[in-house]
Design a protein around this ligand. Structure first.
Ligand code: ASN
Length: 612
């Protein structure tokens, strides 16, 4: 699939740019869509106050050599005027060149002025551009960034690509801005690291969006995720904690749930709160409340008036979710003052942030589920907002002996566990794979050639193993050193069931159209029917010409592969399609004496003609 970059037009109150035509070379380049929603990062002072400055960021980026490589851009795009397209200069940690498209929204907003309408707009935008880019960056104000990141994390179901939110404390137009590092690092992650999560890149850290809160109104490390370790840190090296990454485990394509329920609220308990205040909060049309309690989810158990108001609301179908006022730690059932809430049906929110709790409630309430299912989902871990996998070292040593690997020293989880995973995949030992994942292993962690265990399973054609791995969250979008995804490997080994499964899971071909044409011609010139069918199942168009305008049908006719000709005819390939020399498949056949092949077209071909 080609990346698509292009010119501006204005639709739905936002500036868009997505015109097909520029193919990416997946070996050396990656494509990122940058959605610019507003925030300090693009603000300038007007009448003594900071405000978003429309149509200024792109011009600034083009003049800034840290953010844009004009030389590469000119070489790459020649005379074409791609005014919203930029090229990130070569930078450490980015294996591939990041080519990014800037899409500026109208109006640009201070994030304080954003609400769920903008979350839905951004979510739909990403859905519509999903297959054209390797990853997405959202430039956003910091004040409500944690709310947006949390909401998007829930709205994105089966996300397979990185979505990175970032912003800054000082405008990018200011020489001392923190925006430059935040932006560059977000681009590097979105293009080069297939982390299928909604994250926040800020202050040299990559944090899970729904674990994060803005903790500092001034400092450059404004965001913290007190209950979860960063997914990556940026030093001279980019250290990704692969075992911490949350991955979808359903064999389903990416989709957006574009509805949120607004009848939710945050109620913070304080020592002298009145029952009247609590009752006012629980009035119709409210459908769900996040109750912010003390310490580990504790509540004044001697306040029977408030407890009664909450209990009545729950009986009427309002969902009450308990989350702590403390930024670190979890809601527990340790105290009598906490147990009073669980007894009346308040749901424990674990160690979720208030932002995650509120947006999760909004998402769950908008689903067409029974109230029991809604409550169950609120307590479950949907997008990594609740769980942390811990590495149990003793268990790992046991697993090493199970795999018959004699390693004297336990060096580091990032060396041994990935090695064990590859070994377990090779031996098709799913019990072992399962155990390794429970101990911090990650099926999408690449080896030195950037190949993942899923690449291997797809090459080997192990259908059950691939299904098992996808259900454990293996990424279908990981690219190896040669730009091959697991789908490429399945196609090159003609494993049709696996190709179907990967496509059902959101995988798509990642190559220029003409390159696909070349591959089809190559298969047809060898009479390789299986391969042609592999590309078809993977979503390829069998009529696609190569750079010289030749189609698979030209080559099948030229080399006299009758079966292929029948198959391609059945697939609707055109015997009159001309290559750049004006020659049709029939001309090719005629020149080498295979005129009789053309006659195959005159017969009424049916599906039974070619036995696949
Ligand atoms: N008020 C700004 C915003 O949230 C703050 C910032 O971006 N640093 O848009």
């Amino acid at each position: 699939m080609n990346g698509s970059l292009g010119q501006h037009d204005t639709r739905n109150g936002r500036r868009r740019s997505s015109v097909d035509g520029i193919g990416f070379n997946p070996k050396s380049e990656c494509s990122v869509l940058v959605i610019y929603s507003g925030g300090t990062i693009g603000m300038a002072s007007k009448n003594g106050a900071l405000e978003p400055k429309p149509n200024a960021l792109g011009d600034y980026i083009r003049r800034c050599p840290f953010l844009h490589d004009e030389e590469y851009y000119k070489r790459r795009f020649g005379g074409r005027n791609e005014s919203s397209v930029f090229v990130l200069p070569v930078t450490k940690g980015a294996q591939r060149r990041v080519i990014y498209t800037l899409e500026e929204y109208e109006p640009l907003l201070d994030s304080c002025n954003m609400n769920s309408d903008q979350w839905i707009l951004i979510a739909e935008n990403i859905k519509n551009s999903y297959k054209s880019y390797d990853g997405f960056v959202i430039l956003h104000g910091t004040d409500t960034l944690a709310y947006s990141a949390s909401a998007l994390s829930f709205m994105f179901e089966n996300l397979g690509k990185p979505v990175v939110l970032t912003g800054s404390q000082l405008s990018l137009f200011e020489p001392r801005s923190d925006g430059k590092d935040n932006f560059i690092e977000s681009l590097v992650i979105a293009g080069n690291y297939p982390i299928p999560e909604v994250t926040i890149c800020f202050g040299r850290k990559l944090l899970r969006g729904n674990r994060t809160t803005k903790m500092d109104a001034e400092g450059f490390s404004a965001f913290k995720s007190p209950n979860a370790t960063p997914l990556a840190t940026f030093g001279s090296l980019i250290e990704v904690k692969y075992h911490e990454i949350f991955r979808p485990t359903k064999i389903e394509e990416f989709k957006v749930h574009p509805i949120l329920n607004s009848n939710v609220a945050l109620l913070r308990i304080f020592p002298s709160i009145t029952a009247q205040t609590v009752r006012a909060f629980l009035q119709s049309p409210i459908e769900g409340i996040v109750l912010q309690t003390y310490g580990s989810g504790n509540f004044p158990s001697n306040r029977l008036d408030i407890l009664e108001a909450i209990e009545n609301a729950i009986k009427q179908g309002i969902i009450v979710l308990n989350c702590s006022q403390c930024t670190r730690g979890s809601v527990t059932n340790d105290y009598q003052t906490g147990q009073v809430l669980s007894k009346i049906g308040v749901i424990a929110g674990g160690n979720m942030t208030p932002e995650a709790s509120l947006t999760k409630l909004s998402y769950v309430l908008a689903k067409d589920w029974s109230i029991e299912k809604k409550k169950e989902m609120l307590q479950g871990n949907l997008r990594g907002e609740l769980t942390v996998t811990k590495i149990d070292t003793k268990q790992i040593i046991k697993l090493m002996s199970m795999q018959k690997l004699k390693l004297d020293q336990f060096t580091a989880s990032k060396v041994i566990i990935p090695a064990l995973l590859f070994d377990a995949v090779d031996k098709e030992n799913t019990d072992c794979i399962d155990q390794l994942i429970k101990n911090g292993g990650d099926l999408s962690q690449p080896n030195l050639d950037s190949r993942t265990p899923l690449h291997i399973a797809c090459c080997k054609g192990k259908e059950k193993l691939v299904k098992f791995m996808l259900e454990k969250g293996a990424s279908v979008h990981s690219k190896d050193r040669y730009g091959h995804t697991p789908l490429t490997d399945a196609v090159l080994n003609d494993h049709h069931e696996i190709i179907t499964m990967l496509v059902n899971c959101g995988a798509h071909l990642l190559m220029d159209k003409e390159l696909l044409g070349e591959k089809l011609c190559e298969a047809a010139s060898h009479g390789d029917l299986m391969r042609l069918n592999s590309y078809k199942i993977a979503g390829g168009d069998l009529r696609q010409p190569d750079h010289s305008g030749r189609t698979a049908l030209h080559m099948a006719m030229l080399h006299g592969h009758e079966e292929c000709v029948r198959y391609l005819a059945q697939e609707g390939c055109d015997r009159t399609a001309k290559d750049i020399m004006g020659l049709t498949p029939e001309d090719y056949a005629a020149r080498v004496g295979y005129q009789d092949l053309a006659a195959l077209f005159d017969r009424n071909l049916t599906a039974t003609d070619v036995d696949m």
